[in-house]
Design a protein around this ligand. Structure first.
Ligand code: ADP
Ligand code: MG
Length: 211
């Protein structure tokens, strides 16, 4: 049955599904990073998701924000590299913005993504158009903010669709951040690996909420 407001326990279950989906997508993420970077994104994310599962499975939550904060903390401490820092920041800062919430609804979704994305941009320096995960996150945040008056099912569906469109749009961009920037115009034609991860995460959240 479609879900409207998630409890902390449901939020934890959803994020464990996100971890499993990323682990399963390791070959896809590896290939995406091989095309533009050094090919370590899939294995790094897999390591991060195993740490996330260990942390979440061992914890009980009263705050939905704390689930995301622990998700980010586990990524940050287990992954290293650029993506450990940027994904860790995304979930830690996003989770902190909803740490006082005991349910996850459309407003929490919007706060999570917009606060998390702002922190990623502040700390990592990427802007929309630089061909990074921000290109999936920024449109997803805009969609989530416009959907706070809708049901969680509709808000999450619109948010995931915007994230996927952002991932697709990153294909045509020229990388100006991170490792891929040395490729210049040769980076055109491939999506950014981090944006591919973001799209998988959002789609998995959508599948959980709509099922
Ligand atoms: P590394 O770049 O250390 O090899 P990964 O391959 O795991 O790390 O992750 C690369 C992804 O991290 C990129 O595809 C991009 O989406 C994201 N990324 C890297 N640097 C930044 C940054 N400064 N801001 C936002 N995202 C970034
Ligand atoms: Mg890499």
């Amino acid at each position: 049955m479609a879900k409207e407001q998630l409890t902390p326990a449901e939020t934890k279950t959803m994020m464990l599904k996100v971890a499993d989906a990323i682990i399963e997508a390791e070959p896809i993420l590896t290939d995406a990073d091989r095309a533009l970077g050094d090919g370590d994104h899939g294995v790094g994310m897999e390591r991060g998701m195993n740490a996330v599962k260990e942390k979440l499975e061992a914890s009980e939550y009263e705050s939905v924000g704390k689930v995301f904060m622990d998700f980010g903390m586990a990524m940050m401490s287990s992954m290293g590299g650029a993506s450990g820092a940027v994904f860790g920041t995304l979930f830690r800062a996003g989770g902190r913005s909803i740490k006082d919430s005991s349910t996850f609804g459309p407003q929490e979704l919007a706060n999570l993504i917009t606060s998390g994305t702002e922190s990623v941009m502040d700390r990592g320096g990427a802007k929309p158009g630089d061909k990074t995960m921000v290109d999936a996150l920024d449109p997803a945040g805009t969609a989530a903010n416009s959907a706070t008056g809708q049901s969680l099912v509709d808000a999450m569906t619109a948010t995931a669709a915007a994230g996927v469109a952002g991932r697709d749009a990153s294909e045509a961009m020229i990388a100006t951040m991170g490792r891929a920037k040395t490729l210049g115009e040769k980076s055109i034609g491939h999506p950014d690996a981090g944006a591919v991860s973001v799209a998988i995460m959002l789609n998995t959240m959508k599948d959980f909420i709509t099922s």
